[in-house]
Write a new protein. Structure first.
Length: 52
């Protein structure tokens, strides 16, 4: 039980450090809290290409 709490605190601390350093790492960051973790993300809309 105590180990689970420690692991969660460690993850939160690492996230805070990452969030603080994002301006130095990326041009733009958009975050959105989800109710459940997502295994997939669609970055751009689908593009249909027609071969005539």
């Amino acid at each position: 039980m105590a180990e689970e709490g420690y692991e969660e605190r460690l993850i939160n601390e690492e996230y805070k450090i990452w969030k603080k350093n994002t301006p130095f790492l990326y041009d733009m960051v958009m975050t959105h809290a989800l109710e459940w973790p997502s295994l997939t993300v669609q970055w751009l809309p689908d593009v249909q290409r027609y071969n005539f």
